[in-house]
Design a binder for this molecule. Sequence first.
Ligand code: ADP
Length: 446
Amino acid sequence: MTPEPLMRMRLRAEQDVFVARQLGREVARAVGMEQQDQTRLATALSEVGRVMLTLGRDAEVAFVVELNGVPTLRMAVENPSPGGAAEVGPRIAQVGRLVDTLEVGDGETGTVVRMARRLPASAPRLTPERMDEIRAGLAEHVPGTPLDELSVQNQQLIAALDEVRAQRDDLARLNVELEETNHGVMALYTQLSEELEETNRGVVALYAELDEKSLQLRAASEAKSRFLANVSHELRAPVTAVIGLARLLLDPSSEPLGSEQRRQVELISGSSGDLLTLVNDLLDLAKAEAGRIEPEWSEVDLRVVVGQLRGTLRPLATRPEVDFVVEEPRVAGVRTDEVLLTRVLRNLLTNAIKFTAEGEVRLAVRPVDGDVEFSVSDTGTGIPAEFHERIFEEFYQVPRSQAVQGKGTGLGLPYARRLVAILGGGLRVESVPGEGSTFTVRLPAS
Ligand code: ADP
């Protein structure tokens, strides 16, 4: 449905074109168009009106506001003379630049030119009440004389010229600003690249220092291992001698000792035994750390390894409350160093037996994602989570942890982890206090 027109007017003579022009501007202003658009529409209307009058009969102008979709102001100029489109079209071609759409046509009622321009988003909302107000305002509109219109046109021209000048000035100012900004950006860029260069120099220096420090660290660590190896090596002979002498003194074929003397010699013998264990452990660890252990790689039959462990450790696991279970391996073989692997597993099994009062100690071997896992699990005292890493440090023993049998030096686990690393694998622990522990060695299968 076509909305009710805002306004209609008849064009009879040349003067009416001025009136149409004023009316066009009024309508555009009333529906919320900006000053420039008002002038555009007024000019378009006067030009079309002028040309349409030349068709010979009276023309009629109608203004309609379309509110469906994007609000649009439509203007139609009709002349009942038929077939004028071909003549009018070329003469008003320029008008197309002043409006959004321009159509010229020959209809049943004569020749018609339709123009439309969208209202700006900033225009106030046009309610039916507002439309009635506008209609009333336009009806009261008293048209001025052609001279009035000329003066209005002049003022508009001056305003347009002023605006063009203002825009030119704006452009010049913008250019200056742009140039200044460019200078600023260049300065910033130079400063940034200098800072970057300086930072780079700093980083390079830092790396050099880091390299030097890690060299020093490696040297210190090697010195420590050498020292430990030398000291333990030097200690081994005298300690072994003390053990031998004590054994000699206690031998029934030697001169009999008083009971107090016997007790003291037995103390000496026990302590020297502990000392020898410590010295041996230290020597092993120092050798492993100094990289003096060269694995002998071979295809190792795991049934043999497991069988030997079962045989050598059974005498240790003698308590009836603890089942010592060595499962048949689910992997036939692995390429590794048999002696080192056996040493690691024996170490873990000894610990498990040492810290388990009842339940079981179990060794299992299974394939996992192309690797082989050896797990030593027990139902012993367990280890609190905060010590899971610390137990792999030298001499570290979990505070207040009481071995059920035997003593320790705190060197077994660091040594085991070192050996596993030499074999290209890893050693990890899972443990819950009061429930037990599982130590897992993972080795590449080949
Ligand atoms: P240690 O000679 O004392 O056994 P390790 O390095 O082998 O030295 O072990 C370090 C510590 O880790 C032990 O003193 C003990 O506190 C804890 N630990 C090791 N294995 C177990 C285990 N199976 N159950 C409970 N605690 C363990």
